[in-house]
Design a protein around this ligand. Sequence first.
Ligand code: ATP
Ligand code: MG
Length: 317
Amino acid sequence: MKRIVAIGEILVEIMAAEPGEGFREPLALTGPFPSGAPAIFADQAARFGQPAAMIGCVGDDDFGRVNLDRLSRDGVDISGIRIDPEAATGSAFVRYRADGSRAFVFNITHSASGRIVFDSAARAVLEQSHHLHVMGTALFAPAIVEVVLEAASLIKGRGGTISFDPNLRLEMLNLSGLRAACEALFRRCDLFLPSGTELTLFTDTEDEDAAIAEILAHGVSAVVHKKGVMGASYYDATTRLTQPGFAVDEVDPTGAGDSFGATFVSCWLRGMPPGTCLAYAAASGALAVTKLGPMEGASTEAEIKDFLADRNKRAAP
Ligand code: ATP
Ligand code: MG
């Protein structure tokens, strides 16, 4: 089976127990939960049974151990995760507002996650992998962009494939160099996995149909457009498919896109038909939102199959 490697931030997430406005008073908090979009992706791929590895950096602290323990327990190869004794593991404090939007306090840029390097361990992991997954959020520092571009060249040089999920808040694009770095990955990817308005981030047009034609003309093999609770659509040169979202009780939406992406890429690497990849991925995204904590809703192939069988049974007359 083809092996996936994800590069980028590894964080803990600490959640305010009650919704409200930010963090300017003492609050009840829950966590630390293992997190970081690329780490959630790697974890979901491994839970699904796909060989998966992670390249990243954590501190020599409990927040790092929370992640290393979870990832290795779920079957992710963590040999490419460096432990930096001089930096603390990254963190994200999150509090939901009543309207479902989120306030964050991030410690990423100056955390261990900012200290990813292309060392011999990272090279060894890449040399055993067939597919590289990159999230736009990982490209927050020029040194990391360099590592990611080198990894992309190595994977492409071995005949491998690349998926790219911009995973950006629009305001992040103002970070120096981030837009150019995202565009560089967009130009190199085989699978493009945007969410909502990210579809037209790098196109000349804002019209969705024209944007998809433009992206496919650039050499991207397939576009998978995520639309939250609405589901997702798939486009390649000859096929257009739409998968409605599965109705579930949403507990915590964080991590849906990462889980969806990991399951889609795993199925795609196994050569499954695009409609099946899309259904499995949508089930994975739906299952992800039913659990509190970003990585807690990662599911196995058996759980996804059971979920789909149950939905098909309910849909049958
Ligand atoms: P993230 O917020 O993790 O970055 P994203 O914006 O990249 O996520 P979404 O579109 O929110 O991605 O979610 C990915 C997929 O997961 C959707 O296309 C859908 O299939 C499924 N999904 C997400 N939210 C829900 C939900 N509330 N109910 C059912 N399915 C959902
Ligand atoms: Mg979303």
